[in-house]
Design a protein around this ligand. Structure first.
Ligand code: SF4
Length: 323
């Protein structure tokens, strides 16, 4: 059952006009992105740096105001809500940030940080809040006595557990995970990813998971959307995407994932050149300036994201004239 429905979401940044200089074209950070997330599902947004995945995720919860498009949570349109209505709706949509240290107030003890959303929404009495915070600490694997510690007294992994406990405090339906493990040591990443999966299994939370590490994405996702220059170019369930990717960009990204078997060396494909500017994206297919399969039509006609034959319920969509 669909929890989040995003249609034609756009975020264009318009540079201020300077005196005597021509107006610069808007930066099309996100340009017409559509996807859905079901209850209890993890949809990952992947792509190279600057492709618009974080902007998409933050626009969904209006931490960044979208330029246009529709975002519906449980059938309710979020983009037209007033500030107070949106604040109340954020009980259902929480976020875990990339840098746990920067996202936690250094002046508050851990128990206050985790209990802050409960206070903000005036939930529970003081004693009940203390009890709920202790329960949340237990759920994320932190010792109950650490409620009085400050963020700098925790390790990186423990700080991210604190961020998860805070996101969990209000029983959200959806958590936006913005690169939640990329600032952590590799040894700690798996623990945090497994914790997120355990919490999803227990509470049925959906995740919109932003990441560039495809090994992590493969482990945690049910479905994956690949973004390039502000657009989704391929979307499929995890197994289809990792075993039968069709879009040339996805295939190049996947070829960079290390293969742990020395008998089957990776066939690495290299991405040519730098990503074009989102202020002046290429005509036609946005990937044509770097695509090894590009033909004349690719620079003239923009391929729509459309269905390909698939046996999975979520289908397999690709934006390419030839794949
Ligand atoms: S439409 Fe053309 S340029 Fe774009 S991905 Fe397909 S082959 Fe490459």
């Amino acid at each position: 059952m669909t929890l989040l429905q995003v249609e034609n979401l756009k975020k264009h940044y318009i540079a201020p006009k300077r005196w005597l200089s021509p107006r610069k074209p808007p930066i099309q950070a996100v340009d017409g992105v559509s996807f859905s997330v079901a209850r209890g599902e993890t949809l990952s947004l992947v792509g190279e740096s600057g492709c618009g995945k974080t902007t998409t995720a933050k626009s969904v919860m209006r931490l960044i105001e979208p330029t246009s498009g529709s975002v519906q949570l449980d059938g309710e349109e979020l983009t037209t809500l007033g500030a107070e209505q949106m604040r109340l709706r954020r009980r259902d949509v929480q976020i875990i940030f990339q840098d746990p240290y920067a996202s936690l107030s250094p002046r508050l003890a851990a128990g206050e940080i985790v209990g802050e959303p409960l206070r903000n929404f005036d939930m529970h009495s003081r004693a009940e809040r203390r009890e709920r915070v202790a329960w949340l600490f237990d759920k994320v694997g932190l010792r109950p006595e650490s409620v009085t510690k400050f963020p700098h007294e925790f390790s990186g992994g423990q700080r991210q557990r604190l961020g998860i406990a805070r996101a969990l405090a209000l029983n959200p339906k959806l958590i936006v995970c913005d690169e939640p493990v990329s600032a952590l040591d590799v040894s700690v990443q798996a623990q945090v990813v497994n914790l997120l999966m355990d919490l999803q299994a227990e509470f049925g939370i959906a995740y919109l998971f932003v990441a560039h590490d495809l090994a992590v994405v493969r482990h945690i996702s049910h479905r994956v959307a690949v973004m390039y220059l502000g657009r989704i170019v391929e979307m499929a369930d995890r197994d289809t995407l990792f075993s039968a990717a069709r879009h040339p960009y996805t295939q190049i990204l996947l070829s960079a994932v290390p293969v742990p078997n020395p008998r089957t060396p990776a066939q690495r494909m290299l991405l040519q050149g730098d990503p074009p500017s989102p202020a002046n994206p290429p005509s036609g297919c946005r990937f044509h300036t770097r695509c090894p399969l590009a033909q004349a039509v690719c620079s003239q006609q923009d391929p729509a994201l459309s269905d390909r034959p698939s046996t999975s319920a979520g289908g397999h969509q690709v934006a390419c004239h030839f794949r």
